[in-house]
Structures are given as C-alpha cells and as structure tokens.
Design a protein around this ligand. Structure first.
Ligand SMILES: *[C@@H]1O[C@H](CO)[C@@H](O)[C@H](O)[C@H]1NC(C)=O
Length: 222
C-alpha cells in the first residue's frame, strides 16, 4: 500500500513534467498553456490504460464473483488516490492558464474562480469527457480522426460504463444460478441503491455524449 502510494505519487507528476519537457523539445512553437493541456491529457490516458488493464485482469482472474478478492482491485486504490489529487491540481493549472488574461497570478481568488467555474469539471467524469475529445482543441472537428474518436468514445463508454452494471448482475446470476431478473431481489437493497446511484450519472453523461455525437454527425456547424 505505502509503496504503491509513494510510487504513484511520484509517477503521475513526474510523467506530467516529463511530457511538458518533451513537448517543449518536440513542439517548440507551442505555448506553455497548450503543452500543459496536452501533457495533462497524456498522463490521464496513461492512467486510463492502467485502470482498464487492471480491470480486465481482475475480471479474467475472478472465479467466484461473490467472494473472490483480487489484490489489484484493492491495490489500485492507492494509485487512484494520488492520481485524483494530482489531477485536480492539473485541472486548476489548466483553468488558470485559460483564464490568464483575467487572473494575473495564483491567489485564493483564482482557486475560488476555478472551483466556481469548473464545479462540474471537478468531477472526474467530465474530465474524462474532455480528455477524450482533445482533438476539438486543435480545431480538427471535421477530420475523420475526430469522428472515429467520437464513435470510439460512444462505444467504449457504453460498454464500460453502462453495460458494466448488467454485466455485474449477470455475473451474480450465473454464480448463484438464478435467472437475471431475480438478481435485484436477491442482493441487499443497499447494493441496488448504490448501483442505481452509480449508473445514474453515467446515463446522464452518455446522453451528453450522444447529443454531442448527433451534432458531430448531423452536420450542424454548431
Ligand atoms: C452492485 O450490484 C452487484 C451485484 O450485481 C453487487 O455485487 C455490488 O456490490 C453492487 N454495487 C454496490 C456499490 O453496492
């Protein structure tokens, strides 16, 4: 636990700084703001990949969905904690750089403005949305790459964030040997409530992604 925590605490900020340095070397024409924005997203992509690989590993090595515990599922929390902390700071940096013409230096006021303006942003999901649409920033909305990326977002979000819940219920049904529709009545009520409150924001975000996709493929310039 402590070793993971220490490693991750050094890894994410270290990678962030490394990305900024490398970008300065690879794209000298870019402003510091653009380098910070892209580096933040690169580090988030690395984290997302690590989380996905861990998730798949856990699912694949799980035999009993009720009692099995995989060390990765527990240990990854100690990767997430430093990542979230780091991520909030980077979000603040990005906000500050975007609004720099208004706020000249870091202050309580600039932190407050970040929290006010980006109160939704402080939730991880919106950040993911923005991470997954980095191409928008480069004015490449019309490129094929952007459209392919949009479809990938839609499909992966649906598979990993929405279908995950029926998948869990189905895994339980298979484990216990009951039909799927009986699962909500067999598991404790608080599990149903917790699952419902977890899927609710995902459905909300999925609706937003669909709306964005409709705009993208509908051909409306807005
Ligand atoms: C969601 O439901 C599954 C059963 O399908 C249960 O194992 C899990 O604990 C629930 N999630 C939460 C957060 O309660």
């Amino acid at each position: 636990m402590w070793r993971t925590l220490a490693l991750a605490s050094a890894f994410f900020p270290g990678l962030f700084i490394l990305c900024i340095r490398l970008l300065r070397w690879a794209a000298p024409g870019w402003s510091l703001k653009d380098r910070i924005l892209l580096s933040g997203r690169l580090v988030s992509t690395v984290q997302a990949t690590m989380a996905t690989v861990s998730g798949i590993t856990v699912v694949l090595s799980c035999k009993n969905v009720v009692y099995d515990r995989h060390w990765l599922a527990v240990e990854y929390i100690w990767v997430l904690v430093p990542y979230m902390t780091y991520d909030i700071y980077v979000m603040y940096l990005c906000h500050w750089h975007r609004a720099r013409n208004l706020e000249k230096k870091h202050s309580l006021a600039s932190v407050w403005s970040f929290l006010l303006h980006e109160r939704l942003m402080v939730t991880h999901h919106l950040f993911i949305l923005i991470v997954l649409t980095p191409i928008t920033q480069l004015n490449m909305q019309d490129t094929l790459l952007h459209k392919v990326n949009g479809i990938l977002v839609l499909v992966t979000f649906f598979l990993c964030r929405i279908l995950l819940f029926p998948f869990m219920y189905a895994a339980y049904a298979r484990q216990v040997g009951i039909p799927l529709y009986l699962v909500p009545f067999r598991i404790p009520l608080h599990c149903n409530i917790a699952n419902a409150s977890l899927i609710a924001p995902q459905l909300y975000w999925f609706r937003l992604i669909c709306r964005k996709a409709a705009r993208l493929y509908g051909g409306s310039p807005a």
